[in-house]
Design a protein around this ligand. Sequence first.
Ligand code: BG6
Length: 507
Amino acid sequence: MSSSNPLRDPRDRRLPRIAGPSGLVIFGVTGDLSRKKLMPAIYDLANRGLLPPGFSLVGFARRDWENEDFAQVVHDAVKEHARTPFREEVWQQLAEGFRFVPGVFDDDDAFVKLRSTIEELDKARGTGGNFAFYLSVPPKFFPSVVQQLKKHGLSHGQGDSWRRAVIEKPFGHDLKSAQDLNQVVHEVFRPSDVFRIDHYLGKETVQNILALRFANTMFEPIWNRSYVDHVQITMAEDIGIGGRAGYYDGIGAARDVIQNHLLQLLALTAMEEPASFDASSLVTEKLKALRAVKLPKELGKHTVRAQYAPGWQGGEEVHGYLEEEGIDPHSKTDTYAAIKLEIDNRRWAGVPFYLRTGKRLGRRVTEIAVVFQRAPHSPFDATDTQELGQNALVIRVQPDEGVTIRFGSKVPGTSMEIRDVTMDFQYGESFTESSPEAYERLLLDVLLGEANLFPRHEEVEQSWRILDPIEEYWDQHGRPEQYTSGTWGPKAADEMLARDGRSWRRP
Ligand code: BG6
C-alpha cells in the first residue's frame, strides 16, 4: 500500500475537480435542452464551487435580446430546474459573465461579434481563450456552425488555450449520415477536441456498472456465458412525446435511445476490463464489445416495434401517438422497440441481450438485469421450488438508483419451500451525497478535457451498423403494432421472448 497521503496526491479522484479558466458558448440556447438541462447544470456547478470565478456563458440564437434579457432567461431556467438551492451571491457572480450574441448561422457579422465577445471576456473575466462550443442544434446546422467557427478563427485557440466542440445527439440518422457528420466536424476540430454527449454516461448508476464489475471480485467470475442465461436492458418511460413531434416523428424509439443510450449500456455491461479508466482504454473495450454484436438472422421474429394507442396514464386519459399534435396521422414511427442481440465472443457466445424501450409504458424505469441460469441440479422436490425464479442481478439506473440481487431462500416453517427474495442496495440509503445531474458531470468533464464519458465517433458508427439493418427491415415490412398507453408494450414483444422460453421482467 502506498504510504503517501492520498489527500495530497493531485491525481486523487476523490478531490473535487475544478475547471480552470474557461467559458462556454451555446448555439441553440433558446431550445428546451438548454433551458431544462444546460443552464441549471451550469448554475449547479457554480453553486458547488466547481467553476472558475471568471466562468463565462455566451448564448447564440436568433433573438433580438440584450445581455440582460439572456440573463433573465437563464435566471428563470435556474429557478425552475436547478438541483441545488438558489443563492443570490453565486448567481450574481455567475451572471456577470453572461453575454448574448444574436444571429443566424450563416451570418458572418454574428460570428465577428462572437469573436469580439470572446476576446472581451478573455480580458474582462480571464477566460484565457479557453472555450467550448456546445452545438445544441439539429445536425443539419452542424456544417454551417463548424465552418463559421473555422472561418472566423474560433475553432483553434492561441498558444496553450483550447477550443472544444460539444455535440448533442442525434449523431446522424444512419451509418452514412453519421459518417458524413463526423467528417464535417473532424475537418475543423481534432477528434480529441470533440465531445459527443450521451447523457446516460453521465448518470451515476451507469458509471457504477464499471465500479460494480471491476472494483469487486465476486461478480466478474460469473459474468459470462457459463453462468448468465440472458441480459435484459430496459428503458421505459411513462411520458409521451410531449412537444417534440418535430424531432421525434421519423426518428422513433430505436434511433432516439437504442442507438445511443441502450447500446452504451450494453457495451459497459459486456465489455472486458479496460487497462485503465482513461478515455482511450475505455473506448477500446467498448468498441470491441460493439464490434462483436451480431444481429439475429430472422429480424421479423427477434425485433418488435410499436406505437402507443390511447389509454390511461397516471389517472389521466392520454392520446395515442397518431393523434399527438404535429404527428402525421399515417406515421410509421416507432415509440416502442425491442430487439434481441448476440455478442459473438468467448465471454458471451449464445447469451442473448434483449433491449427494449418505449414511451407511455407502465412506469418510468431504466435497468439492466443480468439473469442467471438455473441451478444445474436441485436436491429439492419440484414442488419445493415451484415459485423459484432465476437468480438475477439488477442494476437500477433510475429512479430508485441501486442494485438488487434476487436469489432463492427457504420460506420459514416446517416444509422445505423455496421462494425468491431480494437483497437491495439503494444509493439514497448508503450515501448522503445526492447524485449530480448527468449534465453537470458531463459539462464539467468538457471543461476539464476529460473524455472518458463521451462516446467516440467509432462507437457511434458501430451503433448505426447494428441498427441500420433493423430500421431497413421495419421500413420494408408493414406498420408498427399498437399498444395501449400505460401498459408494458405490445403483445408481440412478449411473444418474441416467449419463443426463446423467456419473459420480460415487470420492473
Ligand atoms: C433522450 C431522448 O435522449 O433521453 C428522450 O431523446 C428521452 O426521448 C430522454 O425522453 C430520457 O432521458 P432520462 O434521463 O429522463 O432517462
